[in-house]
Write a protein that binds this ligand. Sequence first.
Ligand code: PRP
Length: 212
Amino acid sequence: MKDYLNIALPKGRLGEKVYDLFEKAGFGCPAIRSPGRKLVFESEENRVRYFWVKPSDVPIYVERGAADLGVAGKDILLEYTPDVYELLDLGLGKCRLAVAGKKGARLHGDRTLRVATKFSHVAREYYASLGRDVDLIHLNGSIELAPLLGLSDVILDIVETGTTLKENDLEVRETVAPVSARLIANKASFAFKKREADRLLSALSDQLEETK
Ligand code: PRP
């Protein structure tokens, strides 16, 4: 329906926190709390439809207009650079993208640095900005293993509490970018559903202001 806002939420812990914020802002959808494996929920009262989406897929749904709005981590936005509007920093899911290596290890400047990461685009841009040539190794998870097994010299990954690094005898070398969850919008939807999107945007901003 034309006046419904279709919103892609990142499945998982961050998504639950994001939904709580939307609910407090007056965009609740009680059905979403019911257990089960359903992925689409709507509230006729609040004219919203929510989808649970794999976090890294949120920008795809929004960029292609399958969702009008979505919430994605800045890490995902930096990696996939979707053509969407970034409307608001929700201040949730705060962490950082960082380069880490084995504790105390000295890196030899005369050899090409081997960097293991899930964030290949971010890594390429980051090292290009430093004018440094690197050997990028794309992995899909458990990135911390790479330097331990000698697959790479460093990793570029998400660091939240730092526990994963610590428990694997790794340490942060450089911070690449701060990360938090962002509200994003499909460009055409933001024009066609401007009134509804603006209403959500200001309700979320007010809610964030209140909890500051
Ligand atoms: C992320 C990241 C680190 C960990 C950092 O992994 O890749 O492994 O969280 O958190 P910490 O600093 O609080 O220890 P995630 O759980 O997203 O899974 P992944 O292995 O698929 O990257």
